[in-house]
Write a protein that binds this ligand. Structure first.
Ligand code: 1GP
Length: 248
């Protein structure tokens, strides 16, 4: 199976210390507003756009992805809460298995429904071990998935989950404190997981400041995701400071 987006990520990771992904939510903003933020993110130095969220409240996902693609030349990767986020306009989909939970629907059930749809659409699937980590607040993903996050003071549990994901063939270990988390994933946990697995570690949730992004990259994160800060502030200067802090 061809995986051009994943290949591009690996190629960029050979020359950059880490990559910056900006998450846009079709439910929060109109396609046009998300298109404007995508252009801002691209100008600021982001490496890819994620589109998605844990809820689908009727936002126009297909139109959002089209506007994002028209507004910037970055790859658009879906971050799906469910099948409604899978649209043919995207370049790839994070094929997420919620390995930190024990909800069979989110470990394999949704995937069985989604796989034939992805194949038909010709969409690239990027197998991703998704781990929800305690972030100090009940996030939408925790509530909607009906799963408990990994305890933030137990890096060994996160290490075992990430390695299991790697052994199952997953290509990215995504540790997420959830959108709007009060506390981001702890550095000790990132350091422990990044030193334990061979696949790139992606980190998101509650990252709002460039110095925080830099610190998490120094701990071993190779892919950093921010959503809320871009959407809420629309501050091009801040987004480019975050991009610089990530790229080093
Ligand atoms: C959520 O990791 C993403 O799944 C982004 O989180 O919105 O807090 O940046 P924020």
């Amino acid at each position: 199976m061809e995986q051009p987006v994943l290949r591009r990520i690996h190629e960029k990771l050979e020359v950059e210390r880490a990559l910056y992904l900006v998450l846009l939510d079709p439910d929060s903003l109109t396609p046009k507003e998300n298109g404007r933020l995508a252009a801002l993110a691209a100008d600021a130095g982001a490496d890819a756009i994620l589109v998605g969220g844990s809820l689908s409240l009727g936002g126009d996902t297909g139109e959002t992805v089209s506007m994002v693609k028209q507004s910037c030349g970055l790859p658009v990767i879906m971050f799906p809460g469910d099948l409604s986020f899978v649209v043919p306009e995207a370049d790839a989909v994070l094929f997420l298995s919620l390995v930190s939970g024990r909800n069979p629907q989110l470990l394999i059930g949704e995937h069985v429904k989604a796989a034939p749809v992805l194949r038909k659409m010709g969409l690239e699937a990027i197998p991703t071990a998704y781990m929800l980590v305690e972030g100090g607040a009940t996030t939408s993903v925790e509530f909607m998935s009906g799963t408990r996050p990994l305890p933030r003071d137990k890096p060994d549990i996160a290490m075992a989950h990430a390695l299991a994901g790697q052994y199952l063939g997953m290509q990215i270990a995504f540790m997420d404190a959830g959108s709007g988390a009060l506390s981001h994933v702890p550095e000790e946990m990132i350091r422990a997981v990044a030193g334990y697995v061979d696949i790139p570690v992606m980190v998101g949730g509650g990252i709002r400041r460039p110095e925080v992004a830099a610190k998490l990259v120094e701990a071993g994160a190779r892919l950093i995701v921010t959503g809320d800060v871009v959407e809420r502030t629309g501050d091009a200067g801040l987004v480019s400071e975050i991009a610089r802090a990530i790229h080093g």
